[in-house]
Design a protein around this ligand. Sequence first.
Ligand code: ADE
Length: 379
Amino acid sequence: MPVLRSIRKQLIRSQSLAGMRIAACLHATTETANLMITLRDGGASPILCPVSEESLQKDVAAALEADYGIPVVSPAEALERDPQLLIDSGAQLAEVWKNRPGAAVVGSTESNATGVARLKTMAKAGTLRYPVIAVNDAMTKHLFDNRYGTGQSTMDGILRATNILLAGMNVVVAGYGWCGRGVASRARGMGANVIVCEVDPIKALEALMDGYRVMSMNDAAATGDVFVTVTGNRAVIHRDHFDKLKNGAILCNSGHFNVEIDLEALSRVSSGKKQTREFVEEYSMRDGRKIYVLGEGRLINLSSADGHPAAVMDMSFANQALSVEYLVKSHSTLDKKVYAVPDQLDRQVARLKLEAMGIIIDRLSVEQENYLSGWSEEA
Ligand code: ADE
């Protein structure tokens, strides 16, 4: 993770995180460990609260505690240690912190789209208690992590769990945000016929013009072989859809929370379930059809695979580290609102990534800058 490494070097020199107690709610992976070590080396005392059991790489958690002195605890335990800064996912820490009077938190970052939406709602309602930097919305996060990271690691998760051939299959992608765009493009790249389901007319139109079939989930349910939910919402595949699914349909989720497939309803309408492979559960329907659910409806890329590759987490976590440093320096000037990652930080991440890849790009000449900022052709 060369971008994070270069930020780490800079933080070691500046010690600009000195004395900060930071609680981070992230998937406990090797890439996250790298971020934790970067924060520690910048002078902070970080604590990791794993997002979930399924995404917790136990060897990583053990090494963080034993070799680096970084505690790995639940959000409730992290709260007891009075953190000053939060690195949140899906507003999970914000939820715990909401009812805690006198907490020392001066700011937070948020790393996913559902979390950013929730925190904006809290800010509007006046219940947000500290400024938030929406790391998810940085260009160097969502254009790469959400799109190429989720796109690739979701396919990786499906293939590791099932070993199916995607070529020629109807793959239904629910949600055409940055993650959905990535999943759809990678599924198409492997030869699948991709169908997109969307509630937003602009995104639906975009999917159509990107060359995918677009239809309602009601229609897609009868056609799809593999279903991937990436909407950030609940019950996207529900009871009515289960009645229509083909025998052998495979359902999985790549959204942050395991609420996108209504598994309670599936249990109710099926006559039983059994595990057929690791990460694969077969539900028997009363009419004889079999429906397969991967990873119990949890994030498939982290349940049955290793999450996004380091090359993309490098940029996401560089944004986290720089946003944390920005909050340490600037929190007293910020309101209890959700802020974008400052543009210069976003561009710094892109520049460092290009540098690490040995790519040199053009620069505007003085004449070109004048031309762009002037009023006339002659400027
Ligand atoms: N989210 C998706 N992939 C991840 C990874 N490798 N590390 C941390 N969070 C992730």
